[in-house]
Write a protein that binds this ligand. Structure first.
Ligand code: SAM
Length: 352
């Protein structure tokens, strides 16, 4: 099948995995994939890119995921912000214009569920913003408590759809329980984001299945990034398994299959490809998440080497983000940007 027919089949066939695989395997004629992704994005989101400020509030993690630079015991130094520091950063972010904050950390039990709930309620009461949590796995009733305290959204990647690879990468954890968590977040009434680490499996069949699973999950937000090997992990020295363009193509296919999902242009793309985040902005992403963590902490939250922006303060990161978005012919937007999944839009078909 040529690209045109593959794209037609992608939007019409029920079993999408073999078609996704063929699209990933194309050696030429891929422009149409990006053109359709862009048309889909533009049709739903226009030229607006939602800005969400991310605060990385603790670099400590009890997990030992084989790919992650902040896994337990891997960094010589680390930090934990106090509740007051987190609130101060939210106050600065609110002042700068953000209407959404993303609070991310390792899985750090030093913060009890009550601590997190207190922080959420305080942010909710003081700043009238949307809050996204990205702090790992919890029990169903704990997600419900987060929601009751003001957690609007939650990000939890499933990382890979290959269950045996998942078990090999995550000591003592299973893909099944990860997917259960994602289901529990959804049931609690929180808008849910998930996705995977592109290239963590070197098998293109797995990548096709990752894209298909993401689509089946019907996510409010889709967060993916390329795997970047960190020297202090068991995966040190492993390189991205394909031409880096495959990572961009992955996101374009996700956009075509998920027209209404919020899709951020994530930081790790800039490490794999110097203009990575620009390429995503030009084709399929509708969200950008400037780092608003205080500069003094940034070097200690390196999941992988080469993370951009660790020498910047919040205002520089924001100015750079806005300049970048405009350079790509788009406009930054500071609205909350809640889920569009319940919105009705016409079907997106490839032109005949
Ligand atoms: N603890 C939370 C969790 O597990 O969802 C949030 C923090 S965790 C560090 C955020 C994401 O970083 C993970 O979902 C993973 O996909 C990504 N990540 C970790 N190590 C990475 C690496 N070496 N390259 C690219 N992304 C990485």
């Amino acid at each position: 099948m040529n690209t045109h027919n593959l794209l037609r089949a992608l939007t019409s066939e029920n079993d999408k995995t073999p078609i996704i695989f063929e699209l990933l395997n194309l050696k030429s004629d891929t422009d149409q994939i990006y053109a359709l992704a862009k048309a889909t994005r533009d049709r739903v989101f226009g030229n607006k890119i939602l800005l969400r400020g991310i605060i990385e509030f603790s670099s400590f993690c009890r997990c030992r995921c084989s790919y992650c630079g902040i896994g337990a015991g891997r960094r010589k130094s680390g930090y934990r912000m106090t509740k007051e520091e987190i609130l101060e950063q939210c106050a600065d972010g609110k002042q700068a214009g953000y209407a959404t904050f993303v609070l991310q950390s390792g899985e750090d039990p030093t913060y009890s569920v009550k601590d997190i709930c207190d922080i959420l309620s305080e942010i909710h009461n003081r700043f009238n913003v949307a809050v996204t949590l990205s702090i790992g796995e919890f029990a169903p009733q704990e997600y419900a408590r987060f929601h009751a305290s003001g957690c609007d959204r939650y990000l939890l990647r499933f990382e890979t759809s290959n269950a045996s690879l998942y078990a090999a990468l995550h000591e003592g954890q299973t893909l099944e329980s990860r997917l259960e968590c994602i289901e529990n977040i959804k049931k609690s009434g929180i808008q849910v984001g998930s996705g995977f680490l592109i290239g963590i499996s070197p098998d293109l069949n797995d990548l096709a299945k990752d894209i298909a699973l993401t689509t089946t999950l019907a996510l409010d937000m889709i967060g993916c990034g390329p795997f970047i090997a960190d020297n202090d992990t068991p995966l040190a020295g492993r390189s991205f398994p394909w031409d880096p363009e495959i990572a961009l193509r992955t996101m374009a296919i996700l956009r075509i299959l998920n027209p209404l999902s919020h899709i951020p242009s994530t930081t790790a793309f800039d490490v794999l490809i110097p203009t990575g985040r620009d390429e995503l902005l030009k084709s399929c992403a509708n969200v950008y998440m400037p780092n608003i963590t205080r500069q003094k902490y940034r070097a200690d939250y390196q999941l992988y080497p080469g993370k951009p922006g660790i020498d910047e303060d919040c205002s520089v990161s924001m100015e750079k983000a806005i300049a970048r978005i405009r350079r790509c012919g788009l406009e930054p937007s500071f609205v909350r940007g809640d889920s569009l999944l319940k919105t009705t839009f016409p079907n997106f078909m490839v032109d005949k």
